[in-house]
Design a protein around this ligand. Structure first.
Ligand code: HEC
Length: 118
């Protein structure tokens, strides 16, 4: 007997999975930017424990901390990311708006899911 519906069930299942996975729109797109530019200092989990952080005079922010997010705003974070914090090793990373939004979504997703994603 032919079972043509099987393939469709798989496609629908996979679509549902990808549709529900990202809790923050843009986080998936923001991840590679974070890995390439931020992870060395801020750490894979966002706790500020990247390999380069040990050499820093002051540890980077802990992005998994709810306290950090309640003490700042989306705009403030995006400004720091693009312009840097004067007088610290946190330099600016100029990038277009959409990339900054995606990166912000990824940073926020770190707080929502403290365990590193596979
Ligand atoms: C060379 C190491 C380094 C890299 C690379 C780096 N950071 Fe930082 N970052 C720091 C340090 C250190 C601080 C804390 C500075 C301080 O307050 O002394 C910081 C602070 C911050 C803050 C906190 C601002 C606040 O409101 O207190 C944000 C947000 C941030 N970084 C985002 C990023 C993002 C996003 C990237 C990648 C695009 C990145 N950083 C790359 C070292 C780094």
């Amino acid at each position: 007997m032919r079972t043509p519906s099987r393939g469709w069930a798989w496609v629908v299942g996979a679509t549902l999975l990808t549709a529900t996975a990202p809790a923050f729109a843009g986080a998936e797109e923001g991840r590679p930017i974070y890995v390439a530019k931020c992870q060395a200092c801020h750490g894979a989990s966002g706790k500020g424990d990247g390999p380069a952080a040990r050499a820093l005079p002051k540890p980077p922010r802990d992005f998994t901390s709810a306290e950090f997010w309640s003490s700042t705003t989306d705009d403030a974070v995006k400004t720091v990311v693009r312009q840097g914090l004067p007088g610290t090793i946190m330099r600016g990373f100029p990038m277009p708006d959409d990339q900054a939004d995606n990166l912000l979504a990824y940073l926020r997703s770190l707080a929502e899911n403290p365990a590193p994603k596979p």
